[in-house]
Design a binder for this molecule. Structure first.
Ligand code: SF4
Length: 410
């Protein structure tokens, strides 16, 4: 057995016996990555703006790179920070997105298995595109970038994007020496369609007031980007859906007295998962985060063409991938949609230094919230690096904001 990736192997040992469905799924994913490493099998890097079904159907091990270091945080919170520092010492600019600095640093430190090939879609931001190019240069792995259309409603946009997805399959076939079996792809998509049904049902249940559950329904996202189309992903999403359904049946609520519902629209710091519990202790629930906003739909599995088109359309709706792709109107529309559907009392936007495309839209976000009377908090915090704003500072800002929200609700 390869003795590299000790932090992740430790994490794997830690979570493989966990009861929590998302942890279990994380263990399954890590376990399959280690099997591929130990057996010398090809590994495909992909961005979080792609689902994993094509790789599952081709029996290729995928690593969603943005998820890799996050998985290690529980075993060693310093692990991604060390990678970021190594990347900066090697000349990567400090203001690159910290998720991307961590990826480049992990490649340099050899704390992530090397890729055989790399695939991504050209969204949501330049940080990601330049970083994957850098990783391709550093490792010598060939790179495929699916070019995403700016305006989906424009004539020919979906056809163009579908052709990019066909190119993605061709690229994976060429560099793996494997051929797509469309009957196998159908099986994988029928599995992911089943997963999507549980996912959508879970998100519907989160609309209930008072909320039966807090922390939103992120397991769907995690399944989507790591293991979508496998029975384990479906089982994990179903297990969370079942827990929520069961709570609804028993009349159980996320907090004893729901004082406010927060829409964390851009995005919760990945290093502070305990924020959900802290908010609960304040009587505040989070029924929705943007990572739930996939607007996932089942894929028509009748023909190879319909399958590719369905996967392509689904991939365009990945969070951030969807909202960072075109005109900012869609961001505003989705934010207001989330407030309406999940009955939010307020919106929080984290001003992550990398997400400059959102910075440009702050004026539009503020105006939309002002017009609708929605309390809004935008505050500086790095989503992957606690050294910019600590958990205490973050909670102080959120706490002050929530005090006003709750006071004005009464
Ligand atoms: S959209 Fe923001 S968080 Fe996502 S990769 Fe780009 S800079 Fe990083």
């Amino acid at each position: 057995m390869n003795d590299k990736y000790q932090v992740h192997r430790m994490m794997y040992e830690f979570v493989k016996t966990a009861d929590d469905p998302q942890m279990k799924l994380g263990a399954e994913w890590l376990g399959s990555v280690f099997r591929a490493v130990d057996e010398g099998l090809p590994i495909v890097y992909h961005s979080f703006t792609m689902f994993s079904e094509v790789m599952v159907a081709l029996d290729l091990q995928s690593i969603c790179c943005e998820g890799w270091d996050i998985m290690a945080m529980m075993a060693d919170p310093q692990h991604p920070l060390k990678s970021m520092d190594v990347a900066c010492e090697a000349g990567i600019p400090e203001d690159l997105c910290s998720f991307d600095k961590a990826l480049i640093g992990s490649v340099l430190r050899e704390t992530i298995p090397p890729p055989t090939m790399i695939v991504l879609s050209a969204s949501p931001c330049q940080n990601m595109m330049i970083s994957y190019q850098a990783v391709s240069e550093l490792t010598g792995a060939p790179l495929w970038v699916s070019d995403s259309p700016y305006n989906l409603n424009q004539e020919g946009a979906i056809e163009y994007w579908t052709s990019q997805y066909k190119g993605l399959i061709g690229f994976l076939e060429e560099h793996s020496g494997r051929k797509m079996d469309y009957d196998r792809l159908r099986e994988v998509l029928e599995e992911s369609n089943c997963c999507v049904e549980y996912w959508l049902e879970g998100m519907e249940l989160m609309k209930l007031k008072p909320a039966p559950w807090t922390g939103a329904f992120g397991v769907g996202t995690f399944a989507g980007i790591t293991t979508f189309g496998t029975p384990s992903a479906t089982a994990a999403v179903k297990a969370v859906r079942d827990q929520i359904k069961d709570r609804v049946a028993k009349g159980e609520t996320a907090v004893p007295e729901e004082k406010a519902r927060m829409i964390f629209f851009h995005l919760m710091p990945s290093w502070d998962q305990a924020l959900v519990y802290w908010l609960s202790s304040q009587g505040v629930v989070m029924p929705f985060m943007v990572f739930d906003d996939y607007r996932v739909e089942p894929v028509d599995t009748s023909t190879p063409e319909s399958m590719i088109k369905g996967m392509a359309k689904r991939a365009l709706n990945t969070p951030m991938g969807k909202l960072g792709r075109g005109a900012f109107d869609e961001y505003i529309e989705d934010m207001l949609y989330a407030v309406d559907e999940w009955q939010g009392d307020c919106v929080v936007i984290t001003a992550h230094p990398g997400c400059k495309w959102v910075t440009g839209g702050y004026g539009l976000i503020k105006r939309a919230c002002r017009e609708r009377g929605i309390p809004l908090l935008i505050y500086d915090i790095d989503l992957a690096d606690p050294r910019m704003t600590s958990a205490d500072e973050s909670r102080a800002k959120i706490g002050e904001f929530l005090a006003t929200v709750i006071q004005h609700k009464v």
